[in-house]
Structures are given as structure tokens and as C-alpha cells.
Ligand binder design. Structure first.
Ligand SMILES: [Mn+2]
Length: 315
């Protein structure tokens, strides 16, 4: 399946691995798993990734990330979980410095890039694809690699609850458990722990919630000064949509938050009847049918009105 990509890896020495901006559990898990696998093959490998939520700090290897690439030329870039090369956490200039590019992704709507592409939206996550890739590389799995891949699969499947959880996903997961994935620790850190500041953010977002179309759409907005006053960093301000979405009768949940750079980040979740990736794409973003987002270009009231109208047309 990955023959050509494996050849590229064999011919390369200096390799960068990266994923999409605002890295989530899958981006971090898949990237660092590949990082460990390539190191086992004796490659000179670096992970280029912006800072991420501190909840992921317990994961093995993540302290090795760098903000940007150092060399003028490098042999190979392996890009994971990024449907579009402009969403990658490296600049166009940095991208151009790669001799070859391998793209591994699971988004339904992807703009293929690179010399080797494997895009399969039947896979739960980039981590599930990375598992297959590492297998084909012939690298022996260890507890670090298993824990990272497990994290990516668990987070992208909503702890094996979403419809992207296939029997293959569960078989891969079972193997990762055999390889020593620290499932209890991952669950404890990512599912069972919430900071008090985050709980307060949840209270704000529920307080600010607005309901449209007879409860089919739930919307909330928390501005940057509020988030900042709670002592929450940009990358830790995510995660409010699932609470809104869980309210009975909800089709689409929207959470808009102000960021430190002045932009407005829109996160959406759907219960399945509305393909919100289409809406996100129409506003310049991307994602999956049930989880998608974009950066709002208008000021909040205008942007909100446009979005609510767009969702209404799809209900
Ligand atoms: Mn993913």
C-alpha cells in the first residue's frame, strides 16, 4: 500500500514530520508516532509543530517538537492529518524546501499535495493510517508508539463512540493495547481531567448559548477578553461544542471563540444529518461531516448571521 512512500523514506536521511495547525490528539499522536518510528530506522528526524494544549504534555516525545525547520534543504516531509498543504504547520517556503513530500490523511474532502498521497476517509484517523504505515516500514512497535497512536484514534473517534469507529479501528486498537499503549493514563489525562478554568469557560459558554430553529442549532460565543481573564490559552479554549451538541434535539452545535491574535475561531459539531464540512468549506475552512471549523472573516454579529443562515439552509 505504501511501497513508493517506503522507498522515499529509505532514500532519505533528514526528515521533517508535521501536521495541521492547531494540532489535536490525532495530529500530535500520528506525528510523534511516525517520529519515533523513523528514529528507530536511524533517520535524522524533526517534528515541526506549533504549541498545543498542555493536556497533551504527558505524551512521549512531545517535548522534542520545534517551531520551524532549520535546514535549507531536507530530503523528505511526512505530513499527517492535514487535508490541504496550506493547513500544514509549516510555511509555504518551508514546504518548498522538501525534496519529496508524503501526505497521509483521512479527511473526506482533501486537496491532495505532495509526491505520495494516501488519503482514506474510511479510516478513523491519521493515527490509524500511521499504524499501517509504520507496520509497512517494518518498525517494531513499542509502548511509546502505541500510546501515541492510541491517543490519536481515541480522540478522533470520541473514545470509540463516533461512526468512524470501524471493526478495523478496533482491531488496530487491540493491537496497540498488546504493544503497551497506556490506555488508562490517556483516558485519565484526556477524558477525566478538567481544569477549573475550563469548567468556568463551560459555564460562560452555556450562559451565552443561543438556540435557533426550534433547538436544532445551538450557538455560543465567548470573546477573547473573557477567555483571557480565565487564564486560558488559545489552544486550551477548545472543546465546548460537544456539550452543546449533547442537548436533546440538537443537530448542529457551534462554538465561536476569540483568539489572542484578534481572530474568531468557529468550531462546529453535527449529530449526523447536516454535513457541516460543506458549510466550513464555504467559509474557507474544512473538516469532517460531523466536525468542522473555520476562521470567521466578518465581525461577530455579521459572521454569526451568515453562519446561522447557512446552517438553516441545510436543515
Ligand atoms: Mn484527524
Amino acid at each position: 500500500m505504501f511501497n513508493e512512500a517506503i522507498e522515499m523514506v529509505k532514500k532519505s536521511n533528514l526528515i521533517y514530520v508535521s501536521a495541521h495547525i492547531n494540532p489535536d490528539g490525532d495530529a500530535i499522536g500520528s506525528t510523534f508516532a511516525v517520529y519515533f518510528a523513523l528514529k528507530k530506522l536511524g533517520k535524522d528526524v524533526h517534528v515541526v509543530m506549533p504549541s498545543y494544549s498542555e493536556v497533551f504534555e504527558f505524551l512521549p516525545g512531545v517535548e522534542d517538537r520545534v517551531d520551524g525547520i532549520k535546514e535549507d534543504k531536507y530530503d523528505l516531509l511526512i505530513a499527517l492529518d492535514s487535508s490541504d498543504h496550506s493547513r500544514l504547520a509549516i510555511s509555504d517556503d518551508e514546504y518548498e524546501r522538501a525534496e519529496k513530500v508524503i501526505m497521509l490523511d483521512h479527511h473526506q474532502i482533501a486537496r491532495p499535495y505532495g509526491d505520495f498521497r494516501y488519503i482514506n476517509d474510511n479510516k478513523s484517523s491519521a493515527s490509524e493510517i500511521a499504524y499501517l504505515f509504520i507496520k509497512e516500514l517494518g518498525v517494531e512497535f513499542d509502548s511509546n508508539i502505541a500510546t501515541l497512536l492510541y491517543t490519536g484514534i481515541m480522540t478522533d473517534t470520541g473514545s470509540f463512540n463516533y461512526s468512524n469507529t470501524s471493526s478495523d479501528t478496533l482491531r488496530v486498537t487491540a493491537e496497540l493495547v498488546d504493544y503497551g499503549a497506556k490506555t488508562v493514563e490517556v483516558c485519565k489525562k484526556l477524558n477525566d481531567t478538567i481544569k477549573e478554568s475550563k469548567l468556568k469557560l463551560l459555564a460562560k459558554s452555556i450562559d451565552n448559548m443561543e438556540v435557533f430553529y426550534d433547538g436544532k442549532v445551538r450557538y455560543t460565543y465567548v470573546d477573547y477578553p473573557t477567555i483571557n481573564s480565565l487564564g486560558i490559552h488559545d489552544e486550551d479554549a477548545e472543546g465546548m461544542t460537544n456539550y452543546l451538541r449533547s442537548v436533546e434535539g440538537t443537530e448542529v452545535a457551534v462554538y465561536v471563540r476569540g483568539k489572542s491574535d484578534g481572530s474568531l475561531k468557529v468550531s462546529m459539531r453535527s449529530n449526523g444529518n447536516v454535513d457541516i464540512s460543506k458549510i466550513a468549506i464555504s467559509f474557507g475552512g474544512g473538516g469532517h461531516p460531523r466536525a468542522a471549523g473555520y476562521t470567521m472573516q466578518d465581525e461577530i454579529e455579521v459572521g454569526k448571521e451568515k453562519l446561522i443562515k447557512a446552517i438553516g439552509e441545510m436543515l
